[in-house]
Design a protein. Structure first.
Length: 201
């Protein structure tokens, strides 16, 4: 198997992108991109650190997922999760981040590349209060590039089409298999919905 080893080989294979692929990029939040960000309930956050790469899902109510502080800056609260803090450890040591927003029912993704810093600023954390709970930290993200990604991937995946239930392993089954039953199991799965409801924020 022959691999592509140089940029010259790669550019020779793909050619030059068209205007629609390059003119959509900005270094600030345009009015159109603002509407997409404020409507989005989900993004994937990619970070890099000494141990490698991380890509973490972030979900919240539209308008609460991130806040646009100004045309070049976003605030992303760290909601309740698994406390692994993989993304946060990475940001402290390497500020580079990439975000990909998805809006249910819409095929286009919105991508942002930039840098992030973490803060526990009381006023900013308080502004993200939900059901009496505050994020422990907020990532303040400086935008370097922002652009939309065409809908082909979402269309191919039929991401927003109704899907039949699949026979995938549950978290309880995965944990039980990996710990010889020490963690997880049917009880873990049965208790998860209530546990999640009580610790959502």
């Amino acid at each position: 198997m022959k691999f592509i080893e140089t940029l010259e080989e790669l550019h020779g294979l793909y050619g030059t992108p068209g205007a629609a692929s390059t003119k959509k990029e900005a270094a600030w939040v345009t009015p159109e991109y603002r509407r997409i960000i404020e409507a989005s309930p989900f993004l994937a956050l990619a970070t890099a650190g000494p141990e490698g790469l991380d890509c973490s899902p972030r979900g919240d109510l539209p308008g609460q997922l991130v806040r646009i502080l100004d045309a070049h800056t976003l605030a992303l609260p760290d909601r309740r999760g698994n406390d692994r803090i993989d993304s946060l450890r990475n940001i402290v040591r390497d500020p580079r981040v990439a975000l990909m927003f998805l809006n249910p029912g819409n095929g286009n993704a919105l991508r942002i590349n930039g840098t992030a810093r973490l803060t526990e600023d009381a006023g900013l954390c308080q502004s993200f209060e939900m059901e009496g709970r505050l994020p422990r930290s907020v990532a303040v993200i400086r935008i370097e590039t922002i652009y939309f990604q065409c809908a082909r991937a979402v269309i191919r995946a039929k991401l927003w089409a109704p899907h039949a239930a699949t026979d995938l392993p549950t978290p309880g089954q995965i944990l039980a298999a990996m710990t010889d039953g020490e963690v997880g199991g049917p009880r873990y799965d049965a208790e998860w919905p209530e546990r999640a409801a009580q610790t959502m924020w």
